[in-house]
Design a protein around this ligand. Structure first.
Ligand code: MTE
Ligand code: MO
Length: 261
């Protein structure tokens, strides 16, 4: 018997494409709620995204499109006034885990005396900041849960400057879409303005009451309990306010950009 040719080139595995798309969609919404009792099909995906699914390149385009749709849904669902849970000091995870795109034997060392935080883009007062100057700003603390997509979470205690206040202080354009972060270890990421202005988003200078240790991002990191671990940049070297989509180290490799926790 002659087998009907598959609609897809043999190199494409429909089940795998569906699995990727499902994972992407479930970041913001249970797909059951989205599709009712209907199953998610390749045809449905191509309708939803307006993309043909003919080769690997078009599959990637479709997944990127769905991921960006998902960013929009997550941004829309994001409540700028809703606080992430906080915890008592007795619940802090000890030792707090280290994670980076390299191992613990290659932790980035930054010279705190020479350190200058660079400001770029849509900011009125674009001068660099020393660590001493950052430490002189009013400080707050939070005990919150950090959630990593690799399947672990941990409760930690971070201290520093509320980011919203800092952005206002430097005259950032608060109507801009993105804040991009470049790090001393070549990591980079970016966030939406609503999250940047969230009351728990913090320019972090201390961990558990001590100067932020190198492994947790010395001299400065951004702590956001409303976002997954990979959105929380350590060793921040520069901050840019922009309307041009900046992407990120993991985001450019397929992690969802909004990355809500
Ligand atoms: N500069 C920089 N920031 C980074 C990373 C990195 O590799 N480099 N990894 C991210 C990821 S995936 C996680 S889970 C957290 C880990 O932070 P921790 O070491 O304080 O637990 O840092 C995030 N920020
Ligand atoms: Mo992570």
């Amino acid at each position: 018997m002659i087998r009907k040719p598959n609609r897809l080139p043999s190199a494409l595995d429909g089940e795998l494409i569906l699995k990727d798309a499902r994972r992407e969609l479930e970041l913001s919404m249970p797909s059951r709620r989205l599709f009712g009792k209907r199953a998610l099909t390749l045809g449905g995906l191509s309708l939803l995204s307006g993309c043909n699914i003919t080769d690997q390149e078009s599959v990637n385009r479709m997944l990127t499109k769905i991921s960006r749709m998902n960013d929009g849904v997550q941004a829309w669902l994001f409540d700028p006034n809703k606080l992430a849970p906080t915890y008592p000091a007795s619940m802090i995870t000890r030792p707090f885990p280290f994670n980076a795109f390299y191992g613990e034997d290659e932790i980035t060392e930054v010279d705190g005396d020479a350190y200058r935080l660079e400001l770029n883009g849509l900011i009125a007062i674009r001068r660099a900041w020393s660590l001493a100057e950052l430490r002189r700003l009013p400080q707050v603390e939070q005990i919150t849960r950090h959630i990593c997509v690799e399947g672990w979470s941990a409760i930690g205690r971070w201290g520093g400057v509320p980011f919203a206040g800092f952005l206002k202080h430097i005259g950032a354009d608060l109507s801009a879409k993105y804040i991009a972060f470049r790090c001393a270890d070549d990591y980079f990421t970016s966030i939406d303005m609503a999250t940047a202005l969230h009351p728990q988003t913090q320019l972090t200078l201390t961990y558990d009451g001590e100067i932020l240790p190198p492994k947790y991002g010395f001299p400065m990191k951004l702590r956001m309990p409303t976002k997954l671990g990979y959105k929380n940049p350590k060793h921040i070297a520069s901050i840019e306010v922009t309307n041009t989509y900046p992407g990120g180290y993991w985001e450019d490799q397929g992690y969802n950009w909004f990355g809500g926790a």
